[in-house]
Ligand binder design. Sequence first.
Ligand code: NAD
Length: 295
Amino acid sequence: MARIGFIGLGNMGLPMAQNLLKAGHAVQGFDVSAAQAAKLTAAGGSAADSIKSAASGAEIVITMLPAGEHVRDVYLGAQGVLAAVGQGTLLIDSSTIDVASARAVAAAAEAKGLAMLDAPVSGGVGGAQAATLTFMVGGSAAAFDRAKPVLEKMGKTIVHAGGAGNGQAAKICNNMILGVSMIAVSEAFVLAEKLGLDAQKLFDISSKSSGQCWSMTSYCPVPGPVPTSPANRDYQAGFTAAMMLKDLKLAQDAAKAVGAKTPLGADAAKIYSQYVEGGEAGCDFSGIIRMVRDA
Ligand code: NAD
């Protein structure tokens, strides 16, 4: 069993670290919030008082942080991970961040002879708790092979997406599809309402026709057709509108950086931005149908 340093014990990181403990790994965790680190101790891990002490002596360091700036600070800072770890330590960042930061940090690690993977996830807090996350992994094949048995303790589907940054590329491309498709499904259900077509009837037809997609069949934005969707609990998140906006902005930044034209992705970012600014940041992203209806 491995000695693992885990940095960033928030909504996602804490249950992921707890699953590593359950699998028999030794986890030393750090979070700027001491209260979060204390929860790891309660689960059988140990709370480190700095990035350095979480990373020192670890065979693997995993980070689960809010955004690119945090990942750069935590890895590249004078008291950061790269300064603390010994040769042979495998570095895995599971945060959702911009592709450029992921590649920059991986390059800095490589310059020190350290293998690093970007391994963002989908599946949300529920998936983190149940160890059913999907990991999209960028980095070398050798590092991927080493990481896989550990990632399998936190997730169900582990995919090697290519070189450094490709995990992040996969994540933002997937979530751009999700944001656009949720708006499209919402528009269709609102149009159906106004045309006098029952939501369940539209679902019965479209879920078996060419309009079928995950936003409709697994996460339907109207109450009724999919009992587990947040629409049935007043759009309590799930996956918040703020998180969706974050990912859509990352996709737009990446598209600009490489000159890709993504007009629907840009519109989705604008629509979610309006929704979040309207005070719905903490609401589930499928709640966008309420704004579509009111427009
Ligand atoms: P969170 O805000 O709950 O957790 C982040 C944690 O990092 C916090 O506990 C914070 O105190 C800690 N932190 C911040 N800076 C730090 C530092 N310098 N050193 C140590 N700890 C630090 O966020 P989350 O929901 O756990 O999300 C983490 C990442 O996972 C994000 O990049 C997010 O986009 C991604 N993600 C989240 C979800 C979700 O449903 N919550 C789903 C998929 C991906």
